[in-house]
Design a protein around this ligand. Structure first.
Ligand code: HEM
Length: 421
């Protein structure tokens, strides 16, 4: 439908796009259990680039093919990050649920070209300064403290008490936030609420408190630098302003916490439910590494990522993509693309998955290594301390969160022999 100027009216899919007439609503119950089947069906019915509807019926493209996701992410000149070029803004209500992820913010996430290289370069170098041995030691200390808080009871819900808490504390430690103070505990809690609000939580208020605390941290580190990510960002020769460092630090902390937490939890689930790992779980360091990698192929934490916006009209996977269209990176679908697994065997033998994305805006180089240190230490320490750990419910009773974006469990209840740690 067009108005008299020929421009699209506010409530229609992209002009001339018959594909969106049969678009798949992204969301719904399928995601809670078996997104892989849904991706397979979508690929069969729509090909490598499927027309989808986001919350509120907003049209977008879901890029499902491994070659197509690789192409989109490595062609910034065609598919860029600044969401202000979206042709759907006139249709987006002020309380649209995806606004926090899609609305433009002055952070590294939405910058392009030289400005992105400047900002991402500072983050890369600041993260490169993290000593991986020291991070391992710190994660062990955090893991021991968390385990001690529930070891005596013989049971725990690992998602909230362990998988979420450990990366939050580890990332704050990397950024130079002092450990163990009331203020830090509040910050860990506010991070949880702002990234993953439960019933009765106020995510907006929590996010504001996170912003205030990070602003204070930046002020403190400007005056008294230390051997931490924040100080290295502030004193980098690129000369970022305090406001830029605040924005990018919040991005780093948020980008690190959620996916690493789900990586830990999804790996524990695999180890506790799949008999291939059962034999070697306790102390089986080799199988922990295998499980971590297999999760990145099969249950990757960031299953879909929004996104990229077309810079001009172009073609992708046989589709006509219009200038300003939104593309969602189907990272989980790409990882299980039958084109790269012709034998239908998705293996854990290599790490050519797209779980950390690809191209200029990929998860910045040292971050996947640091996330690996956190996740590996979290899983290994838990299995060493509680060697007879088992699920407290039937594997079939575990439920996935109803999210199209993050792949993670709602809870992971376990039991074990109580011990004093
Ligand atoms: C220490 C832990 C981590 C840190 C510090 C971190 C940091 C970041 C940052 C700063 C970005 C934005 C990059 C940019 O726009 O230039 C990013 C993007 C991303 N990260 Fe990470 N991250 C961490 C862990 C993870 C994990 C565990 C996963 C998933 C397994 C992950 C997946 C991604 C993805 C998919 C993107 C989007 C890339 C794109 O736009 O193409 N990250 N990360």
């Amino acid at each position: 439908m067009s108005d008299h100027t020929g421009a699209p009216s506010a409530d229609t899919p992209p002009p001339g796009c018959p594909a969106h007439a049969s678009a798949v609503h992204l969301g719904g119950l399928e995601y809670q259990q078996t997104p892989s089947q849904l991706y397979r069906t979508m690929r069969r019915e729509h090909g490598a680039v499927a027309p989808v509807l986001l919350d509120g019926g907003i049209p977008a493209w879901l890029v499902l093919g491994y070659p197509e996701v690789s192409y989109v992410t490595s062609h910034d000149e065609l598919f860029a990050r600044d969401s202000r070029r979206w042709n759907q803004w006139p249709n987006i209500p002020q309380d649209w649920p995806l606004l926090p992820f899609v609305g433009h913010q002055p952070s590294v996430l939405f910058t392009e070209g030289q400005e992105h290289q400047r900002r991402a370069g500072v983050i890369t170098e600041a993260l490169e300064g993290v000593d991986q041995f020291e991070l391992t030691r710190q994660c062990q200390v955090i893991a021991e403290q968390l385990i001690a808080s529930f070891a005596g009871s013989g049971q725990a819900e690992l998602m909230s008490t362990y998988a979420h808490a450990l990366p939050a504390r580890a990332v704050l430690w990397m950024c130079g936030v002092p450990q163990g103070t009331t203020g830090t505990e509040q910050l860990v809690e506010d991070l949880r609420i702002s990234l993953d609000a439960g019933e009765g939580d106020d995510p907006v208020a929590a996010y504001l408190r996170v912003g205030e605390r990070i602003t204070e941290l930046v002020k403190e580190k400007r005056e008294r630098p230390g051997p931490d990510v924040t100080s290295r960002m502030l004193h980098h020769p690129a000369g970022l302003s305090d406001e830029e460092v605040v924005q990018d630090l919040i991005s780093v902390i948020a980008a690190a916490q959620q996916p690493t937490a789900n990586w830990i939890c999804n790996t524990l689930r695999l180890l506790l439910t799949d008999e291939r790992f059962a034999v070697n779980v306790s102390g089986g360091r080799v199988s922990v590494g295998d499980a971590l990698n297999e999760v990145l192929w099969l249950d990757t934490p960031t299953q879909n990522f929004i996104g990229r916006w077309a810079v001009r009209d172009t073609q992708l996977g046989g589709r006509l993509i219009r200038e300003g269209d939104c593309l969602v990176l189907g990272l989980a679908a790409a990882n299980t693309d039958p084109q790269i697994w012709p034998e239908a065997h998705v293996g854990a033998e290599n790490s050519a998955h797209l779980s950390f994305s690809n191209g200029e805006h990929r998860c910045p180089y040292p971050a996947p290594l640091l996330a690996d240190v956190m996740a590996r230490t979290a899983v290994e320490t838990l299995l060493e301390r509680l060697p007879d750990l088992v699920l407290a419910v039937d594997a079939a009773e575990l439920t996935w969160r109803p999210s199209v974006w993050m792949r993670g469990l709602t809870t992971l209840p376990v039991r074990f022999t109580p011990s004093v740690q």
